[in-house]
Design a protein around this ligand. Structure first.
Ligand code: CTP
Length: 432
């Protein structure tokens, strides 16, 4: 659990669109309050059909803003709220809200307030999967991302009407985590466009999840990596303007919007995918995947039948990160003899999940894999959950971070990647 004071003193406007997920906005308002935020609410008229404005009056001691023509407002309430808020979060952001925002409309209290917002703006979409899948919706999402809006979800899962698919709103605690991460990364109330542009022009590659090493058509050797850290890294990089390639092993997560996701199964498939993308030019590689070090020496074509005792012979898989580190070192050596020196790209970042001696092993991996940074954590802190506690280990020393959401940690890692790039004065791989 995150400490309850992470949003202490932050002023948050929760905007509510007209969809069935509006009932979850009640829990979001409570969650933000529990984390120390001061919350105000703006609703579309349609939202009031799903959840009563009086509910928010009861929770917050003041009525939500629904109608800009309401004579009880003294001044321009949308301008005042937009000025007041450190951040605005819209949950649910319906297909209709996304479309109107992408067009720059301001035809109700919610849209007008969003248009006046000086802090960052986070959208938590929720709609039927067929609406989310509409090319128009995807175009609108892309437009809004480009304009600097932050997104959280939608996720894959059961919907209120019994259907299932991508379109379910992220859980209130996950939305609160995403808001916290965005605010933490950008020091609070800075404009959304400015906040999200610092990776623009970079082409980055992130790996995620486990690899599965097949024994036969029905069995494999795998591990318990959920892929959440790698997906958080990919989403945050996209939100900050990077062109993102995500190479993922088998995980139960939805492809992040706006990210090119390549699904692989085995370490050798991941190796091939990473090598071919790096060859095309990449500025930063983050190996968050839990790559299997070994695979069965033989993969049976038919299901293996039981017969007495068995020993399993394993052979080594390629070490992807170590290989990238060695190749980069070779290029740097070659460049040292050139008249026109080339820079040691890409920046290489690895992870180390340990059960003991976290820092010592991480330092060892930093050297043996010749990378720039190792994000080290203990198995009990990082697996499967939505939070992580990491140590950033580089040649400069160790930075030990508090427990935080994976989205917030992702931002800290991208901040470190940017620092490493500027320290080495690297040009971009794409020449942008
Ligand atoms: N890694 C990799 N290829 C492998 C194994 C690991 O690229 N075959 C990467 C991981 O993605 C991670 C880093 O190397 O970024 C460290 O992974 P880890 O499994 O902790 O290190 P190992 O070298 O496998 O060491 P060990 O399992 O012995 O602790």
């Amino acid at each position: 659990m995150l400490p309850a004071v992470m949003l202490s003193g932050k002023r948050i406007v929760v905007g509510i669109g007209g969809g069935i997920a509006a009932f979850k906005a009640v829990e979001l308002v409570r969650e933000l309050g529990r984390r120390g935020a001061e919350v105000r609410v703006v609703m579309t008229p349609a939202a009031t059909r799903f959840v009563g404005p009086v509910t928010f009056t009861g929770l917050l001691g003041r009525p939500p803003v629904v109608d800009l023509w309401d004579p009880s407002y003294a001044g321009e309430v949308h301008v005042e709220l937009g000025d007041w808020a450190d951040a605005m979060v819209v949950a649910p952001a319906t297909m209709n809200v996304l479309a109107r925002l992408a067009q720059g409309q301001a035809n109700d209290a919610l849209l007008a307030t969003l248009a006046c917002a000086r802090g960052l703006r986070l959208l938590a979409p929720a709609m039927h999967p067929s609406m989310w899948g509409q090319p128009a919706t995807q175009r609108n999402v892309e437009t809004l991302r480009t304009d600097g809006w932050h997104f959280c979800g939608p996720v894959d899962g059961p919907l209120a009407n019994g259907a299932s698919g991508v379109g379910r709103m992220a859980e209130p605690s996950v939305i609160a985590d995403a808001l916290e991460a965005a605010l933490a990364a950008h020091g609070g109330a800075i404009g959304a466009a400015q906040a999200t542009e610092d990776l623009r022009g970079l082409r980055v590659l992130v790996t995620a999840g486990p690899t599965y090493e097949d024994l036969d058509p029905v069995r494999f050797l795998g591990n318990r990596s959920s892929g959440k850290m790698g997906f958080a890294l990919a989403s945050r990089a996209r939100a900050r303007g990077a062109e993102v390639l995500l190479v993922s092993g088998p995980v139960a997560l939805t492809d992040p919007a706006g990210v090119t996701t390549l699904r692989v199964r085995s370490a050798r498939e991941m190796h091939a995918a990473v090598k071919s993308e790096v060859a095309k030019g990449v500025d930063v590689v983050i190996m968050a995947a839990a790559v299997a070090d070994y695979r069965p020496a033989e993969q049976a074509a038919e299901k293996i039948k039981k017969a007495g005792e068995r020993a399993l012979e394993l052979v080594r898989n390629p070490d992807i990160l170590a290989e990238l580190g060695a190749e980069r070192a070779e290029r740097a050596t070659a460049a040292a003899h050139d008249t026109e020196p080339r820079s040691p790209t890409p920046v290489l970042i690895g992870f180390a999940l340990e059960t003991t001696d976290v820092e010592r092993y991480a330092r060892g991996k930093l050297v043996s894999k010749r990378c720039d940074l190792i994000v080290a954590n203990e198995a009990r802190d990082g697996f499967a959950g939505d939070t992580n506690r990491a140590h950033l280990v580089s040649a400069d020393g160790v930075q030990s971070l508090d427990t935080m959401s994976k989205a917030a940690l992702a931002d800290r890692i991208w901040d470190a990647a940017l620092r490493l790039r500027s320290a080495a004065q690297l040009p971009t791989a794409t020449g942008n």
